[in-house]
Design a binder for this molecule. Structure first.
Ligand SMILES: Cc1cc2nc3c(=O)[nH]c(=O)nc-3n(C[C@H](O)[C@H](O)[C@H](O)COP(=O)(O)O)c2cc1C
Length: 337
């Protein structure tokens, strides 16, 4: 397979057959999904999110009991239980730790590495990519603003040119808007060590979200996955990409209410930002677990427009790998001419 030579770097790094990661998704990434991914040869990530430390520990133990394949844990550095989660993840000697949310402290990167984990960080700019490498990260993820969930401001196309084309000292994984094997082939040829997808894996049979959540994804078009605006610089909010519904409007109203509370000093900025994150976690839970697709948060990438069938995970892998290999063969032939 031509794909093999492009997979080598990511394969070595992650210790799995295919460097295809299923990004951590709060309320979505459970031990079943993560272990099934491992069985298909991919790499799953549990989501620390807002989980109490005991819950996350139980998920790590359950995933280990379901399969011996390697997997990782994604920790959000601004989550309420982050410090305890990191202590526990180090104690549990996880294979890979992904730091998300904000730039992690250098000491946290070192602690994770000393526990035996390989560390991956999100790099939003070239400067930060270089800084994170200096701080000791073992690999980077570039996630474009096409992605689902909390997003950065820059598209994957630009991040590729700013970072992937310039930095070659650590493996770089790419995410955001990816849903096809053909695209994966081109990203690997551009130098990516592997890819990460979220939305496409939600549309797997093994993903235990509410059937209504999947049905809404199935019908959605790429343009329905919109990023939330920030109304006032006094209340900085990280944009969230989700399918537009009443929940999106409710977030607008919440922002206005919080801005009013800031103006009248009924609340400080930290509390207001905490309220914003609480809103998202609650709203996502309503949609994912209860199937409230009207008021809940339907976090999805623009790739939702390419994910219109529910398939078994093995079927998704077969399709991705087959299409990627065909694309490489096609190009090899074209270039050989
Ligand atoms: C429902 C949902 C929840 C997500 N939750 C998280 C999370 O808790 N932590 C995180 O780092 N990324 C989270 N993400 C982002 C994914 O891990 C992944 O990087 C993203 O979905 C990639 O873009 P794509 O959806 O176009 O494939 C979430 C995405 C979705 C769709």
């Amino acid at each position: 397979m031509l794909l093999d030579r492009f997979f080598e770097k990511g394969r070595q790094f992650l210790g799995c057959r295919y460097p295809i990661l299923c990004g951590a998704m709060t309320w979505v990434s459970n031990p079943q999904l993560v272990s099934h991914l491992g069985r298909c040869g991919g790499f799953g990530l549990l989501a620390g999110g807002n989980a109490p430390v005991a819950v996350l520990q139980q998920q790590i133990e359950e995933t280990r009991s379901l399969s011996a394949d390697p997997f990782g844990v994604n920790l959000i550095t601004i989550a309420p239980a982050y410090a305890e989660q990191l202590d526990m993840v180090c104690r549990m000697k996880c294979a890979v730790v992904v730091f998300a949310g904000s730039i992690p402290r250098e000491n946290d990167i070192h602690r994770a590495k000393e526990s035996g984990a390989r560390v991956i960080c999100f790099a939003p700019t070239e400067q930060l990519a270089l800084k994170l490498i200096k701080m000791g990260t073992d690999a980077l993820i570039l996630e474009g603003s096409e992605a689902g969930g909390h997003i950065g401001p820059v598209s994957l196309t630009v991040l590729i040119q700013q970072i992937l084309f310039k930095v070659d000292s650590v493996p770089i994984f790419v995410a955001g808007g990816i849903a096809t094997g053909r695209m994966m082939a081109h990203l690997l040829m551009m130098g990516a060590a592997g890819i990460q997808m979220g939305t496409r894996f939600v549309m797997s049979e093994e993903c235990a979200v509410h059937p209504e959540f999947k049905e809404t994804f199935r019908r959605a078009k790429a343009r329905d996955a919109v990023a939330t605006p920030q109304f006032d610089s006094r209340l900085p909010v990280i944009p969230v990409r989700a399918l537009k519904n009443e929940g999106t409007d409710a977030f607008g109203k919440l922002q206005l209410d919080l801005i009013h509370k800031l103006e009248t000093q009924a609340m400080d900025r930290m509390e207001a930002q905490f309220e914003v994150e609480r809103f998202w976690m609650g709203a996502l839970r309503h949609a994912v677990m209860d199937g409230d697709t009207k008021k809940g948060s339907l976090m999805a990438g623009q790739s939702v427009g390419l994910a219109d069938r529910i398939l078994p995970l093995q079927g998704i892998f077969d399709e991705l790998l087959g299409d990627a290999e065909n694309e490489l063969q096609r190009l090899a032939q074209q270039l050989g001419e």
